[in-house]
Design a protein around this ligand. Structure first.
Ligand SMILES: Cc1cc2nc3c(=O)[nH]c(=O)nc-3n(C[C@H](O)[C@H](O)[C@H](O)COP(=O)(O)OP(=O)(O)OC[C@H]3O[C@@H](n4cnc5c(N)ncnc54)[C@H](O)[C@@H]3O)c2cc1C
Length: 403
């Protein structure tokens, strides 16, 4: 027997699982196998290298951040809450800070340092590592007492923490989904999430680099969705936190629809045109709009609404008022693509939650196989939620896999 527990993937999920399991002193120890040359290649670049490791939240807020199936994450959250995780990190020499929005970072502002400390803690606890090994086959035990075969390794239990499909250059290339599928697990079709969106309209690219601090965006139809926050125009479309947080849902729609319409609310509600007519009568719409929005965007907006730049409020017709209001509160954009997996920070979709027990993260189809992290069909917004999920699910799965 090569190991009591073999973990596929040395990302945040796999490292926490290994660390937790190693403290159970299993007879054949814990072995972590990864296709990359180092552990936590993705972890080391998170948060722009600063590592937004977690988010201070109650379990209700945590579940809500993960949407419709968020309650699945509660047992993992209870096993390692953000506060408990901060204590764990400080014990291994990584004190943390919390920003005003609740985002947790290492005090050193160094994600590579977090990765190194977790790796060292695992080694100190006796975990063995095999790098440069991409697992290709998983064979379940033939009898209750028989071991699992993982390529040529034999092990009592397996923990699949191979991540999703995002940023494959950092290790997670979707091969974990293929391994789970080979055992009969249903894979909810993976799509890129936390990624930019490509617009059919070309006008956004003429504002490339321009950001708006607070806009609302929505997609109508079923299921409807909306996000509020910062928005960024790029050379191929749109990005920024509000777009990133909506992108997974747009990408899923694009699996069955050629195009998805999103609407942008730049004004947070229709302006009071009657009051504006009285107060701003002789002022041009452009000069008023340029006080609400960047000047160039104000000009584009008037163009799109078909309103002359030098029109004054006193000459604004009812039809023009309606058009302008529509463009301010529901500016339509047509999305035909996303930044793709290469440019995404998370994967939406993965191993179906129906086939995994949330209280242990053990698969329901096979004995002694656990899951952790992004390989499961759960993804959250930007802000440290995805790493918190990877860490706490790794912790719970590691504890459950090493009774
Ligand atoms: C650029 C970027 C920035 C991000 N910033 C943040 C942030 O600041 N905060 C946040 O919360 N989230 C952030 N995320 C998301 C976060 O990094 C992931 O959600 C998290 O890393 C998932 O952890 P994981 O352990 O499940 O998977 P991964 O971190 O993807 O680890 C999976 C591991 O499995 C290995 N592997 C895969 N297949 C195999 C195989 N067949 N055989 C052997 N090994 C295999 C991979 O090499 C990899 O090491 C960011 C993501 C990216 C891409």
């Amino acid at each position: 027997m090569d190991a009591s527990l073999l973990i596929i993937g040395a990302g945040p999920g796999g490292l926490l699982a290994a660390w937790a399991a190693a403290h159970r002193h299993l007879p054949h120890g814990v072995l972590v196998v990864d296709r990359m040359s180092t552990p936590g290649a993705k972890l080391a670049v998170t948060g722009g290298g600063r590592g937004n490791l977690s988010h201070l939240a109650t379990e209700g807020e945590f579940a809500a951040a993960f949407g419709r199936f968020g309650r699945f994450a509660i047992p993992a959250f209870r096993s390692l809450s953000p506060e408990a995780f901060r204590t764990l990190l400080s014990r291994i020499g990584i004190p943390t800070t919390v920003d005003p929005d609740g985002r947790i970072y290492p005090r050193s502002q160094s994600a590579p340092q977090v990765r190194d400390a977790l790796f060292a803690a695992c080694q100190h606890a006796g975990v063995r590592f095999a790098f440069h090994h991409g697992v290709e086959t998983l064979s379940p035990p033939k009898t209750a007492a028989a071991p699992w075969k993982v390529d040529s390794f034999s092990t009592r239990s397996v923990l699949l923490a191979a991540g999703g499909q995002s940023a494959p250059r950092l290790g997670s290339d979707g091969s974990g989904f293929a391994l789970a599928r080979s055992l009969g697990y249903e894979i909810v079709p993976p799509v890129p999430a936390l990624t930019s969106l490509r617009t059919v309209e070309t006008w956004p690219s003429s504002h490339s680099g321009l950001s708006l601090p607070d806009v609302s965006i929505s997609i109508s139809g079923k299921p409807a969705a909306s996000e509020r926050g910062e928005w960024l125009f790029t050379h191929r479309g749109v990005s920024g936190p509000a777009v990133l947080n909506l992108s997974g849902r747009v990408a899923r729609r694009l699996l069955s629809e050629k195009e998805v319409r999103i609407h942008l609310d730049l004004a947070h509600g229709t302006p009071d045109f009657r009051r504006l007519r009285q107060a701003e009568g002789t002022r041009t719409l452009h000069s008023w709009l340029a006080r609400q929005l960047p000047r160039a965007l104000a000009e584009t907006l008037l163009d799109l609404a078909g309103i002359p730049k030098d029109l004054t409020f006193s000459r604004l017709s009812a039809a023009q008022e309606k058009k302008l209001a529509e463009h301010l509160v529901a500016l339509p954009l047509t999305i035909r693509g996303t930044g793709g997996f290469d440019d995404s920070m998370a994967t939406s979709g993965g191993v179906s939650l129906k086939q995994v027990d949330p209280s242990t993260l053990e698969g329901r189809l096979t004995p002694r196989l656990h899951f952790a992290g992004e390989i499961l069909d759960l993804d959250g917004p930007t802000g440290g939620w995805n790493l918190q999920w990877a860490f706490c699910s790794g912790y719970l799965a590691g504890m459950s896999a090493a009774p």
